[in-house]
Design a protein around this ligand. Structure first.
Ligand code: C5P
Length: 302
């Protein structure tokens, strides 16, 4: 029997996402609070036959390439090169995180592969080294390895722990069509072309809300600089944000570059009520109720 490892990797939302000016390398400096939630992609990684290379299959993501450009394959190649071995592995991913949804699903898969291969190949690299390797794959990969609630700076790859209390209940409203992350960043640059853009900061209100664990305060302090750009590209998200508040949410924002929207509820029951209301509104393709913070990519025992 070939040995296999199962890993669960979480989706992220950004509780605050402050975007600085466009950098010469095409990225933007960010000041963000990442928050992992209990919406997981499931990965199974097995040893492949010698010389077989990387074989990737995906369930629940029909339009996504399973070739070498997929972030999961790139993660396997990167780690194999790093430790000097052949990347002969079979990777099977069952997607729950929306594709091109602003929840870093591709980054979660890359983080999942790094964690799975570390275990499968008995590398013992540890989370810090895997996260630092992951930064070469994408700005959100280090956070997907780390999980929890963490401040991200730089491109988002530099992580600093924050003092955050409590468990929060979220309603995740899914859209049919994704938005391209580079496209949303281009749109924010276009919208801000005539403005001087300040350096990014995490608001004191948000940090205080996290320290207190008070969902009402957190609901008031959610913010996302990319929201304006996502709404400009997808104006009907405005109606969805209003519908979430009409259905009792304490706050609602576009998640990352969108188009997924997330709503903070007072408790589990309020989250279910809001989810039902949003489903009945006919504005969304699907809804999930989740909690955060969730752990980063982890091996599932057994
Ligand atoms: O790092 P990642 O490959 O996930 O980034 C995807 C794209 O998102 C980048 O090519 C860039 O256009 C945009 N981006 C950015 N600033 C960041 C992170 C991402 O402009 N901090």
């Amino acid at each position: 029997m070939p040995k296999e490892i199962r890993v669960r990797a979480p989706a992220k939302i950004n509780l605050g996402l402050s975007v600085g000016p466009l950098r010469p390398d095409g990225y933007h400096d960010l000041a963000t609070v990442f928050h992992a939630v209990t919406l997981f992609d499931d990965l199974t990684v097995r040893t492949g036959a010698p010389g077989s290379g990387i074989a990737l299959t995906m369930i629940g993501a029909d339009d996504v390439s399973t070739g070498p450009d997929n972030l999961a394959c790139r993660a396997a190649t990167l780690l194999a090169d790093h430790v000097g071995r052949a990347p002969d592995v079979e990777i099977a991913i069952t997607k729950a995180i929306p594709v091109a949804g602003g929840m870093a699903g591709g980054s979660a898969d890359a983080a999942g592969v790094l964690v799975a291969l570390d275990a499968l190949w008995h590398l013992g690299l540890g989370r810090a080294e895997l996260a630092s390797l992951g930064a070469a794959l994408g700005s959100d990969v280090p956070f997907a390895v780390h999980g929890g609630t963490v401040v991200g700076t730089g491109r988002g790859e530099r992580l600093t722990p924050v003092l955050a209390r409590g468990e929060f209940h979220w309603v995740v409203a899914l859209s049919d069509d994704g938005l391209s992350t580079p496209g949303v960043y281009r749109e924010i640059d276009r919208l801000r072309a005539q403005q001087s853009v300040p350096e990014p900061v995490v608001s004191d209100d948000l940090m205080q809300a996290l320290r207190s664990g008070d969902p009402e305060a957190l609901g008031r302090s959610l913010s996302n600089d990319l929201q304006e750009a996502a709404l400009s590209l997808r104006p009907r998200l405005g109606m969805l944000l209003e519908a979430g508040l009409d259905n009792g949410a304490l706050g609602g924002i576009v998640s990352g570059s969108g188009p997924t929207c997330v709503f903070l509820a007072r408790d589990r029951e309020a989250a279910l009520t809001c989810a039902i209301g949003l489903t009945m509104s006919g504005l969304i393709a699907g809804v999930r109720t989740v909690t955060g913070p969730a752990p980063g990519a982890r091996v599932v025992p057994g």
